[in-house]
Design a protein around this ligand. Structure first.
Ligand code: GLN
Length: 403
């Protein structure tokens, strides 16, 4: 829909970087309209994970599937901001921006072995960011280390008169201390995040990380986020409903693609949208319009909003009980080969992959995925820290200590 489109103004985050002297290298690939968890559904084709070409992974694959065509088993980056994660992982740039509505910065960061940071909702302006779910979208930051993420956050954070949801208070510079005392911290481990689909390797690194904090004197406790199991379906209803509304602006009239049909305005709208959107986007518009129908609105959209409040309150309760930060996996497993990813029902897999990340967006909290180790296959695994709203600096401080 927006192929070849050049926007007439810069997003606030882009302008802020330019104003501070950053050199912008280019735009990166992603799933169409940031809908996805694989970066396999973009108009420019799928994004390849640079780790597909690591020596260790290639050796392991060779042992596993003898004679397999080496080029056919490249790995997905995760998504939707997979191009940004790949660009940072491949050392082509210092940092990259992504967007994070349900995990799109943290998920590819985990799969590509880089840091993926989703700031608190309202800390960084969304002006110029194409909306997916306005009440959950946040520009995300991808870097190779936590310090770099703090530097970029310092450049981007703060009030923007063009985004009324940004905070009014002045923000202090985000400098991180060289060492942190973790022995006074209380780390929460949400018991509902022990998902059955979680790979045993991720699970084992998760518990090793918890042990590390404990051995350094932190208090590590099991906590409960009881509404976690509703978060995927709740996100789905809210996301598709907002998509149905947000995508209405792409009608072939104002900007973007326009088809050749000129029998009537309605026919032009329909054909433009059929041609301009991929089937993921069209599918979400369709579901969203179903949830927003007069007879469904109360039962789906309004109910999902109420469930969202319960999910957000779970975090409030945990943090009010004295927990400083939550430690969780970022993704269910390491990156999978592209051919495997598209074999299954892509959308079902996508949805499941976001189990650890989506609730954070519904609650507006800051969260960061940090690379923790390499799996048996030689692929990166990430863990996620979730902090209190607007305690982004403290969150990054802990993540830095850990990395
Ligand atoms: N995977 C989620 C989705 O497809 C989240 C996407 C995102 O954070 N942009 O909606």
């Amino acid at each position: 829909m927006l192929k070849g489109y050049v926007p007439p103004y810069n997003a606030t985050v882009v302008q802020k970087l330019l104003d501070k002297g950053a050199v912008l290298m280019g735009k990166t690939n992603l799933d169409e309209f940031a809908m996805g968890s694989g970066s396999t559904d973009g108009v420019f084709g799928p994004v390849k994970n640079p780790w597909s070409y690591s020596k260790q992974y290639r050796e392991k694959r060779k042992q596993k599937a003898h004679g397999e065509n080496e080029d056919s088993n490249w790995l997905i980056t995760g998504g939707s901001s997979g191009g940004s994660a790949a660009a940072v992982a491949a050392f082509t740039c210092f940092a990259a921006l992504g967007s994070d509505t349900g995990g799109s910065t943290r998920n590819p960061a985990a799969h590509c072995g880089v840091v993926g940071f989703k700031p608190s909702y309202g800390l960084v302006s969304r002006h110029g960011l194409i909306p997916l779910v306005n009440s959950m979208d946040v520009p995300g930051i991808l870097t190779r280390c936590v310090d770099d993420a703090a530097i970029v956050l310092g450049m981007l954070a703060g009030h923007d008169p063009k985004d009324s949801t940004t905070i009014q208070d002045p923000v202090k510079p985000f400098t991180l201390p060289t060492s942190a005392d973790v022995n006074k911290l209380c780390i929460g481990i949400p018991k509902e995040y022990l998902a059955p689909e979680l790979s045993s390797e991720v699970r084992s690194f998760w518990s090793k990380a918890a042990n590390l904090f404990e051995s350094e004197g932190a208090k590590v406790i099991e906590v409960s986020l009881p509404h976690t199991s509703y978060s995927i379906v709740c996100y789905h209803v809210l996301c598709t409903s907002e998509v149905a509304s947000n995508m209405a602006r792409f009608d072939g009239l104002e900007y973007g693609h326009r088809c050749d049909i000129n029998v009537s305005t309605e026919a032009m709208y329909a054909a433009t949208r059929r041609e301009g959107f991929n089937d993921v986007v069209r599918g979400r518009i369709l579901s969203g319009n179903f949830f927003l129908l007069k007879e469904n609105y109360e039962n789906y959209f309004i109910k999902a909003q109420k469930v969202r409040r319960l999910i957000a309150n779970d975090f409030v309760n945990v943090f009010n009980s004295g927990v400083d930060v939550l430690l969780t996996p970022t993704t269910l497993s390491e990156a999978v080969p592209y051919l495997e990813f598209i074999k299954e029902d892509n959308r079902t897999r996508s949805a499941q992959d976001d189990i650890f990340t989506q609730a954070v967006n519904m609650a507006g909290l800051p969260a960061v995925s940090v690379p923790v180790a390499l799996s048996n296959q030689g692929l990166p695994i990430g863990l996620q820290f979730i902090g209190r709203a607007f305690c982004d600096q403290q969150l990054l401080k802990i993540a830095k200590w850990f990395e």
